[in-house]
Design a protein. Structure first.
Length: 220
């Protein structure tokens, strides 16, 4: 329901701008906000949705090109401890990625499909409730959870739409494949953990800096 409301907000915002205006072609830097819906892979993982900042450098061009991304996210992990299931803690995945993709321009819209790969730096924060359960139910006074760093892969699709020369709308989808190893007090907890996450984002940016054009381009 919250995700549907975010689409409605974007449409209402964009409705306040004239669609006959020029595109964001001269954009140098635009900044805005987005609603980010996340979905986790697995019954014991939960990916919270939230609001975030987004930005846009320049303007998309037709053809193949390099792409990059950070796409940091967190997962809430549940676990059975001493016979009871509870929140175990928060898993943080911080990937740094680069890849290749193709962009197709259709009027004021730019559609990009790409595949990114890279390396994720991961960590884990044990919840207070889980620490108490380890101590009271299992007699373990200190819980040290280590999460290994791991390679990551992300296919993604993105659409930019120029509402006018100042405002742009983005809608994109991506799926991060991350499989770190988890150890508790030095003992590995099973095989690789499925820390995969799907991200669906919709947002609006406003142009803050405009690219300068050459005198010859201005005369044309």
């Amino acid at each position: 329901m919250r995700f549907r409301r975010s689409w409605l907000i974007v449409l209402l915002i964009s409705a306040g701008f004239p669609l006959s205006a020029a595109a964001q072609e001269n954009n140098k830097f635009a900044l805005g906000g987005a609603y980010i819906f996340r979905g986790a892979d697995g019954p014991t993982s939960h990916a919270p949705s939230d609001l975030g900042l987004i930005w846009r450098f320049g303007h998309d061009k037709e053809g193949w090109g390099w792409h990059w991304g950070l796409n940091w996210y967190s997962l809430d992990i549940d676990r059975s401890i001493g016979g009871g299931s509870m929140e175990f803690g928060e898993l943080h995945v911080r990937p740094v990625m680069a890849g290749y993709g193709y962009t197709h321009l259709m009027g004021k819209a730019a559609v990009t499909v790409s595949v990114l790969g890279g390396y994720a730096f991961n960590s884990f924060d044990v919840s207070g409730r889980a620490s108490d359960a380890f101590r009271d139910r299992l007699g373990i006074q200190t819980v040290d959870v280590h999460l290994s760093n791991t390679p990551v892969l992300k296919p993604e699709a993105k659409v930019w739409y120029d509402v006018n020369k100042k405002v742009g709308i983005i809608a994109d989808w991506g799926y991060v494949v991350a499989r770190p190893r988890i150890s508790i007090n030095g003992l590995e907890d099973g095989g690789r953990y499925h820390a995969d996450a799907m991200t669906l984002r919709v947002g609006v940016v406003y142009k803050l800096l405009e690219a300068t054009r050459s005198k010859s381009a201005a005369r044309r």
